[in-house]
Design a protein around this ligand. Structure first.
Ligand code: FES
Ligand code: FES
Length: 151
């Protein structure tokens, strides 16, 4: 049995410990934020926070989550409304396909937690490993900087 906290809720899962965390989140726990992109830790669309640190849930075994705190996109909402960073993405229309957006927002959330006032270059460096193929990059960076300004 694997037990962890998912977006503030205690969950327990009786599945093989080697099952990819992404699969468990999506198929068994109704967490539809993280997306399956490459399945090889290359694209970042499956990014979630584990104890506040971004991890690629497509290659992380379920066992790695035992006793940890996992945050998905839904966990950033505040009182049923979009959180500050989510709202900034909405305000900047910082998504085209939206497929990569959950992972990018969580990667950005981790950045803002360790550096609440990042520069443009620091935002770009932090998001470098999260692939967006459709050209929303500049709006994504503006959204993160907008959220940082509101901090
Ligand atoms: S789906 Fe996990 S990094 Fe691409
Ligand atoms: S918004 Fe998803 S690939 Fe660009």
């Amino acid at each position: 049995m694997t037990r962890f906290t998912l977006n503030g809720r205690a969950v327990q899962v009786a599945l093989p410990s080697g099952e990819p965390l992404l699969q468990v989140l999506a198929n068994d726990l109704g967490a539809d934020g993280p997306k399956y992109g490459c399945g090889k830790a290359q694209c970042g669309s499956c990014t979630v926070l584990m104890d506040g640190n971004p991890v690629r849930s497509c290659v992380l075994p379920l066992s790695a989550a035992d006793g940890r705190t996992i945050t998905t996109l839904a966990g950033l909402a505040e009182g049923g409304r979009p959180g500050r960073l989510q709202q900034a993405f909405i305000d900047e229309q910082a998504a085209q396909c939206g497929y990569c957006t959950s992972g990018i927002i969580l990667q950005a959330q981790a950045l803002l937690q360790r550096n609440p006032k990042p520069s443009d270059a620091q935002v770009r460096a932090a998001l470098d490993g999260n692939l967006c193929r459709c050209g929303a990059h500049n709006r994504i960076v503006r959204a993160v900087l907008r959220a940082a300004k509101g901090a």
